[in-house]
Every structure is written in C-alpha cells, then in structure tokens.
Design a protein. Structure first.
Length: 309
C-alpha cells in the first residue's frame, strides 16, 4: 500500500505540539500551557497571575508569541502546503534487519538497524527496532497481522513565500511554524494510518495530549532519533517512497531539505518503545556497514558522532 496525502495548514493546527515551538524560541517548556487556555481574557490573566513576579514577564512574552503564531497561521497559513507519503509493506525481521516486500510483490529490500550498545536500565535488554517486527513474513491482513508489516513515511511543508520574507523575526516565525506543521502532519498521518489504512487501532479515541505522550499502540521513530541515528537511512526511504515527489531533497550527508520535513518508520508492536543505541563500537559498525552495503569510510561520515572514540 502506497498513499500520498496533502493537508491544509488549518487542519493540522490541532496536532501542533506547542511545547517544541516554544523550545525553538528558547522559552521554558511549561509556558506551552498557554495553548491549552480558554481564549477569554480572564483565563489568560489567571494563568499569568499563577507565575511568580520574576517569571511573569517571560510568561507574558510566551503568550504574545503564541498569539502572534496563531494570527500568522490564520493570515498566511495558506502559503504552507503540507505533504505526506506513506508505504505499508509486508515485512519480516531477521536478527538486526527488517526485510520489506516492495510494491511488485517479488522484490525484498533490506532495512538494517543498530542494536542498543548497553542493556536498557528498565529491562536489562539491548533493543533493536527489528525486535518489533515479526520474524515470520507473509502477512496478508493489515489489521489481523499488524506485526508482519512496517510503515515508512515522510512529510514535508513547502513554503511558497519563504524567499520573499526579509524581516528576521518573521522569517524565524515562519520557519518554526513550518517545522511544527511538518511534525503535525506526521502525527495526523500516523493516526490515520493506525485507525484507517493499517486498521489495527480502529477503535482508538485519544486526545491530542495523549497523542503527544504516545499513548497509542506502536511507535513512530524518525530518522535521526536515538534508535535510528543513521541519516543515510533517508536514502533507503527515498528509494522506496520517492520523497522527492513531495519536495524533499537529500544532501550528500542525508539531511533533508526543506528543513520542515520528517521521515521515519511506523511500527505496530504493543511493546515497541524508544531507546538510544548509544556509542557504537567498531565491531558493530563494521557489521552494520556490511549489512548497509556501504564502504566503512563512506558510512562513517553519517555516524561520526555516534562512534566510540
């Protein structure tokens, strides 16, 4: 299954996690609560008065920034086009690899992963993303056998007016909102996938706060996350998804352009969890390079900061 989707920015506003918007502006995370307030002046005043005098100015600044962001989205949001591509493919795991069956139904593609270097403190196990995919392939029913499938996705926000923005403040506001909308598109897409296309969570009814805390079944690790640190993985995604069709270009180092873009995996396993691979030893690096099919000197540039000294 391959799906392409476009979203108008207004439909994605409920999926914006304002905590990360404020983080990008260097403001405290708890100030994101301003986005949850009733819009009346009394509620805003009560919220501001809940802060100490020393913190009230920063809270007022956060409130002004939030109002400006919402106003900008209302007035200029149509200049931002959010696009998404998704593939739901039959899959099987084999040790630290996942093999996906491509659209022709005959060709398998290897997706190699890295295993956690030190046992997790919570369960004493070294995790790998392949652990969350069934070793038995041949899945036929998305909803009945969800762990025999893997989702691959990418989202982007294309800005038709970015080059014309001269004011530095407005430029940063536009960029940080574009970044949040790309993440919001991934959140919205993931919900649609779980409840409709993959269908293993058709009865799900979660609030946006629950979505942000990942209370749903499964996992959506993005490329660059601690469990998926190899940016060259984007080239594998591009081979399967053709992310250029939604305006994403890859640099030689696997970075996505525009900046407002997200890519990664969707997994359905009930026990799927985030973890950090950690610093990679030379033994695992050599093994990963073999499985990745790249010379070590080429792969090293993608993983330099993740390798042990």
């Amino acid at each position: 299954m391959f799906v392409s989707q476009e979203y108008v920015s207004a439909s994605l506003v409920p999926y914006i996690n304002w905590l990360y918007f404020f983080h990008a502006w260097g403001l405290k995370s708890r100030l994101a609560d301003v986005a949850k307030l009733h819009p009346c002046p009394a509620c805003r005043a009560q919220w501001l008065n809940s802060f100490s005098e020393a913190d009230r100015n920063e809270a007022a600044e956060a409130a002004r920034l939030y109002d400006e962001a919402r106003r900008w989205l209302n007035e200029h949001g149509e200049s931002l086009k959010a696009c998404a591509k998704f593939a739901l493919l039959p899959a099987r795991s084999c040790e630290d690899d996942v093999w996906v069956l491509l659209g022709d139904g005959k060709t398998e593609k290897r997706l190699p992963f890295l295993r956690q270097q030190c046992p997790d403190s919570s369960d004493g196990f070294c995790h790998c993303l392949s652990d969350f995919v069934s070793p038995q392939g041949g899945g036929k029913d998305y909803a009945a056998e969800p762990e025999k499938f893997v989702g691959l996705f990418a989202t982007s926000v294309l800005d038709s007016a970015e080059a014309s923005e001269a004011d530095p403040y407005q430029r940063m506001l536009r960029q940080t909102l574009s970044d949040r909308l790309a993440e919001a598109a991934a959140e919205c897409l993931h919900r649609e996938v779980r409840c409709r296309w993959w269908g293993y969570a058709m009865q799900e009814n979660l609030s946006t706060d629950a979505l942000f805390t990942e209370a749903y079944r499964g996992l959506r690790p993005a490329v660059g996350y601690p469990s998926l640190p190899d940016l060259s993985f984007n080239f594998l995604l591009d081979e399967i998804l053709d992310i250029g069709s939604i305006g994403i270009r890859l640099t030689e180092h696997g970075m996505m352009q525009p900046h407002a873009a997200v890519s990664g995996l969707m997994l359905s396993h009930r026990e799927a969890r985030h973890f950090s691979v950690g610093r990679i030893g030379e033994d695992q690096f050599s093994d990963y390079a073999r499985r990745r099919g790249l010379p070590e000197n080429v792969l090293r540039k993608y993983l330099t900061r993740h390798l042990k000294d």
